[in-house]
Design a protein around this ligand. Structure first.
Ligand code: PLP
Length: 388
């Protein structure tokens, strides 16, 4: 099949929920993806912050092959060594005591919301305008962007939105029925919005005073993306619940919801479940991913190369007055322009770089954390060339 046939077949048989770019990806390795004609692209999309260890890592390939011969899946009615070992490893990396395994970010957030309600006995969840928490009915409701909710009413009850980075707005929204505040430590999907340094510490303090739970959605910010293992470490705030997914298992579907012993104890057998949650296969790959983080110092790489990347992008500001802001932490970078810049995606692609535009006017750069300085230089050169 050639690229056109693949695109036509996809457009005929797959439901039309994605606005796809005109590119068929054939294979990938490290930071580079290849199209059907063998053209190379530096991948600054990385599955949208999924391929943090890079594409088709050799160690992951071995673990996948070996584990698939030993055990892929059994029901959570049984114990497996793979799930036990990975649960310990992940919990010990986190500020939490226990984990629930799911298969996606939305599912991890669903689990967090259920746990918050069960633990507090209260219904209301406060989340932020311009947030993103997933595409299930509950998570589009928590998501503070009406475009994702339109046409899917009635939405579940018990959700309220306030402005991001506005502590007073949260305070005013809290009632006797508030169970939790759900927040991304850095907003990703709506354009890499970084809150003021004191915002998350103040949220922690407010939640403590009011006796409500603080949930961090680290689905995008987790796993080294922001130059820390979790973005919560940037301002040393420990939430009551953390949700993860995206990069957790190197592209194998997996989600996780982590909580303290006290909060987690509200869940009893039967309260929540997932057929595929924490399969032996996903857990062994996720465990290998954590080893790769250590072997390659990926968190530190993300911190240092992120700084290098942002510094280089800052320098473009002098030449291109359309750049309003360069922001982010680690390798979660947003370049805000003063115009709707969706056309830059195709232009960058033509020059061998995959980028993504968030919120209409923000170039979002979330490459694999193994990206090299040379590759960053090349990306910056291309951005320089395509900007007006
Ligand atoms: C991507 C994302 C989600 C949704 O994850 P899925 O795996 O697509 O369900 C939730 N929250 C944040 C912050 C995300 O970036």
């Amino acid at each position: 099949m050639d690229s056109q046939q693949i695109e036509d077949m996809t457009n005929k048989y797959v439901m039309n929920t994605y606005g796809r770019y005109d590119l068929v990806i054939d294979h990938a390795h490290g930071c580079i993806v290849y199209d059907m004609d063998g053209n190379e692209y530096i991948d600054c999309v990385a599955g949208i912050a999924v391929n943090n260890i890079g594409h088709t890592n050799d160690k992951v390939a071995i673990v996948l092959a070996e584990q698939s011969k030993k055990l892929i899946h059994v029901s959570n009615l049984y114990y497996t060594q793979e799930q036990a070992s990975y649960a310990k490893k992940l919990v010990e990396r986190s500020p939490h005591d226990r984990v629930f395994f799911a298969n996606s970010g939305a599912e991890a957030n669903e689990a967090a919301i259920k746990l918050a309600r069960k633990y507090t006995g209260k219904g209301e969840i406060i989340s932020m305008n311009n947030s993103f928490h997933g595409r299930t009915l509950v998570t589009i409701t928590a998501t503070g962007q009406p475009k994702y909710q339109k046409g899917f009413e009635p939405l579940p009850a018990g959700f309220k939105h306030v402005d991001y980075n506005d502590i007073k707005a949260v305070e005013d929204a809290i009632t006797d029925d508030t169970a939790a505040v759900l927040v991304e430590p850095i907003q990703g999907e709506s354009g890499v919005r970084v809150p003021d340094e004191d915002y998350l510490p103040q949220l922690r303090k407010l939640c403590d005073e009011k006796g409500i739970l603080l949930i961090f959605d680290e689905v995008q910010t987790g796993f080294g993306r922001t130059g820390k293992f979790f973005a919560s470490e940037i301002t040393n705030v420990i939430p009551d619940i953390t949700t993860c997914a995206k990069a957790i298992a190197g592209g194998i579907p997996m989600g996780a919801m982590l909580a303290s012993e006290t909060v987690a104890s509200a869940f009893k057998p039967g309260d929540h479940a997932s057929t595929f949650g924490g399969t032996a296969l996903a857990c062994s790959v996720a465990s290998c991913v954590l080893d790769i983080f250590d072997d390659l110092d990926l968190v530190e790489k993300s911190y240092n190369n992120g700084q290098y990347f942002r510094d280089a992008l800052e320098l473009l500001k002098d030449k291109h007055s359309c750049i309003k802001d360069v922001r982010g932490h680690g390798l979660m970078i947003g370049v805000e322009l003063d115009y709707a810049c969706g056309d830059l995606v195709a232009k960058a692609q033509e020059k061998g770089v995959l980028i993504n535009v968030a919120n209409g006017n923000v170039i979002r750069l979330v490459p694999p954390l193994i990206i090299t300085k040379e590759e960053i230089d090349q990306v910056v050169k291309v951005i320089d060339e395509i900007l007006p």
